[in-house]
Design a protein around this ligand. Sequence first.
Ligand code: NAI
Ligand code: MG
Length: 500
Amino acid sequence: MSTGTTEITPMLQSFLSSPRKILIDGKWGNTLSEHTFPTFNPATGDVLCQVPDGQKEDIDRAVKAARHAFEQGPWRTLTPSERGKRLWRLADLMEQRTEEFAQLESLDNGKPVTVARGADVPLAIDLFRYMAGWATKIEGNTIPISVPYAPGAQFHAYTLREPIGVVGQIIPWNFPLLMATWKLGPALAAGCTIVLKPAEETPLSALLLGELACEAGFPDGVLNIVTGFGETAGAALAAHPDVDKIAFTGSTEVGRSIVHAAAGNLKKVTLELGGKSPMLVLPDADLASAIPGVFNATFFNTGQCCGTGTRLYVESRIFDHVLAGLADQAKQIKLGSGMEPTTDMGPLISENQHQRVLGYMESGLKEGAQAIVGGHRYGDTGYFVEPTVLVNTAQHMKVVQEEIFGPVLCAEPFIDLEEALEKANNSMYGLTAAVWTKDVSQAHRIASRLRAGLVWINCHNIVLDAALPFGGYKQSGWGREMGHEAIDLYTEVKAVCAQL
Ligand code: NAI
Ligand code: MG
């Protein structure tokens, strides 16, 4: 198979030419029904390969394997140092397959292979190495005790941080490999066992990752991967009575249904949901970096990032200049297949998302917004849309309030900074935010006022480091990914108290 001008590696050719399997208890096999579904190349709409359509009974088998590996398997007795080594080994194996992962991400998701090579894959490798280091540093405390009614009694009290148990992980399609690693890394470092359900749109890189995990020496049943749809496999995992924690990334709407499903056995829940990130550009900002920075924040990954900058508030004196700069860049952007090395922006993920994003553009224009650039579908094959900048938008519009998840920016001028801050915070979401200014004190004052889990100063979207906690205020989610915060959320605290 040849797509664009990037030649698919022979290893990947053979990976794509045979039907994929699911991973349960260290063995690759079919689902019980043996039904499959196709995964598509969003640049062309062509089928890439068939993937098992996992159902409740397959999730049951996977959870059983994970439970067995957690309670009885060698995983539990492996030293923290050994756990860390295996994570590091997995990272090394991934590094050797960088090209295959990059091409797979491009084919399955549509993103430029150059971006996957330079960002998705190295970030994923780095995440595992960062988490490998945590495996040996998950510590409790000693606690001084004062019992008021037992004078003279002595106690020795301490806490242990133990793995939370069997975890279900449900991930989206916008960064298929990276979202898998964000979830797997801390869970494996903490000693949990896992059932992972990749997104139905992009199941392939997780399956390749699963092959490498087997090679890296994770014991059978520690990592199980079941492909399938959200309403079936995903819902079964979220509701499963023998799963101790469910970690989900995706839409706020499905996040809410995960919470309901989890209520049955009151499993722990972490959620990384939608966003509607505001960006503030102050009059003293260095516009030579702010304009391309805002541009990248909006259009990177075709706007399909939970942290995408989607609402721009620019001081009125520089508004026209900033907007002209953004429009100029938008006109130069090269859309195409991600496998074409010169492509800047790939397609949206699916027909569904294509319709959804085009629907938002239409609704914005109907409600009185004006597109200074873009506003339409691009081409007539694949799921492309033009990079779009809307002005004359207002707070009540759907395009300003709802997550579009496409390359659409809503820009408004401001005179009063207080009013801009109020608008920035006027959202049900609170995932990320950015401020552009040369005034250091002002920047930090504004950072403290923005209701978001991650605030960027003079940058946006570029720092997604494994050490930096990521997650949302308000309806953008519960808990954090990455950093030691993620490790904490895969552990239970046990207090032990002995009377001496
Ligand atoms: P989605 O939330 O339906 O899908 C994300 C994951 O959840 C997939 O693995 C899917 O199979 C699973 N899922 C779906 N329904 C489920 C259920 N009832 N129980 C358990 N798992 C379920 O997102 P979708 O439909 O692909 O995209 C719709 C919108 O969601 C996007 O336009 C965007 O606004 C938002 N989204 C946000 C993401 C983020 O990173 N925060 C990622 C993907 C989508
Ligand atoms: Mg869906």
